[in-house]
Design a protein around this ligand. Structure first.
Ligand code: MG
Length: 381
């Protein structure tokens, strides 16, 4: 029985991870849960999965939990403490934002396997995190469907020459840049293939999400940016692929579902029967399309590639500025296409530090957000 700690249990990935676990109670148990502010759902999860230790963001909610569950250890804003002290075999880090970095590092220092669903960890501090993982001989198992696909194909990285990351293209693939500029929040949140949280859905519409995934892949699989290709694939059947030195290409395929990559991250290197989506049927699918991305319309993808190539604190600046701009768009303050413009401008404004320390990265993140907020005030619609 594998003991799993889930940080971010009330978010989209956390909830689906609990569905995976519920479906295979013989294989997994939940030893710790960490959540933000959705205390109602967290209470249901505690009753159902009976973790030993629980963290919730606010003191007020922690007090509610302490009254309801007097025998359990309840922490306020304690995801790092869970990573440090809780009894688990593997931790799923599925919290939002740069705060995912700290529990991930603590788990790695303890030599624990990390199922990583937090993008910011590798985007902002990929060099530091991967060095720590190598030092402690820790497996970081990606949960994101594209990286899971590459991980499943990659033969431990041997003989890999290129990574081919697919992108659905999101809701604006067949729209003009003007239509994209005038897109409403509702149009932008209507992703054709995947049902995800709001932040990542907006990032998928601008293709910034793909850009962040490219940076993650660079770190996870130790590949140069020149050897990472993004291919638009609207059906989201090929989740990503690898080209080997001899030209052979292996792709991982299936109907879009996060249950599989989550489960694989929890069972690796084994596979078990789990929640099954319908099998992919080649004959029914008939056509799978692949296109070159339009870097002009989806300028966020180009900006992310450039920030990745620059390295140092640039990806942290990219991530922080983009996140502020995405939330401003969700609040109706700016237009969709402003997100990439603001991010680019912040990157141009800031001095990039090479070989940064964690403190340098956090400072860059903070300053990028301040610059982004100032620009948001200027363009406010
Ligand atoms: Mg993805």
């Amino acid at each position: 029985m594998k003991k799993i700690a889930i940080l971010g249990s009330t978010g989209s990935i956390g909830r689906q991870a609990l569905e995976v676990i519920k479906n295979r109670r013989d294989a997994f148990c939940v030893s710790a849960l960490g959540a933000g502010n959705n205390v109602e759902l967290l209470i249901e999860q505690i009753k159902e999965f009976e973790p030993e230790i629980v963290s919730v963001k606010s003191e007020e909610n922690a007090n509610i939990l302490k009254k309801l569950f007097p025998t359990k250890k309840i922490l306020t804003d304690g995801i790092v403490d869970i990573a440090k002290d809780a009894n688990y075999d593997e931790v799923l880090v599925s919290v939002n934002g740069i705060s995912g970095l700290f529990p991930t590092l603590e788990a790695i220092k303890r030599g624990k396997t990390v199922a990583l669903a937090n993008k910011e960890t590798l985007v902002t501090a990929g060099d530091i995190v991967m060095a720590e993982a190598r030092k402690n001989n820790v497996n970081i198992i990606p949960v994101d469907s594209e990286h899971s696909a590459i991980f499943q194909c990659s033969n431990n990285g041997k003989y890999v020459s290129k990574l081919i990351i697919t992108a659905s293209g999101g809701p604006f693939l067949y729209k003009t840049i003007d239509e994209m500029r005038n897109a409403t929040k509702e149009q932008t949140l209507a992703h054709p293939n995947w049902n995800m949280g709001n932040k990542i859905t907006i990032d998928s519409a601008t293709l910034m999400n793909k850009g962040l995934e490219v940076i993650e892949a660079h770190h996870l699989f130790n590949k140069d940016y020149d050897d990472i290709k993004v291919v638009i694939h609207p059906q989201s059947i090929v989740h990503s692929a690898i080209e080997f030195v001899d030209g052979s290409v292996i792709a991982q395929m299936g109907l879009p579902s996060m249950h599989l990559p989550i489960q694989y991250a929890l069972t690796y290197p084994e596979r078990i029967e789990g929640i099954k989506t319908n099998s992919f049927n080649f004959v029914q699918a008939r056509e799978l399309d692949f296109y070159e991305p339009d870097f002009e319309k989806f300028s966020a993808l180009k900006i992310a590639f450039d920030a990745g190539r620059t390295g140092g604190t640039a990806p942290a600046v990219l991530n922080g500025a983009n996140e502020e701009a995405v939330y401003a768009f969700l609040d109706g303050k700016i237009r969709l296409t402003d997100i990439a413009d603001i991010t680019k401008e912040v990157l141009e404004k800031m001095k990039i530090i090479q070989n940064p320390t964690l403190d340098n990265i956090l400072a860059a993140d903070k300053l990028a957000r301040i610059h982004a907020k100032n620009l948001i005030e200027q363009v406010r619609v």
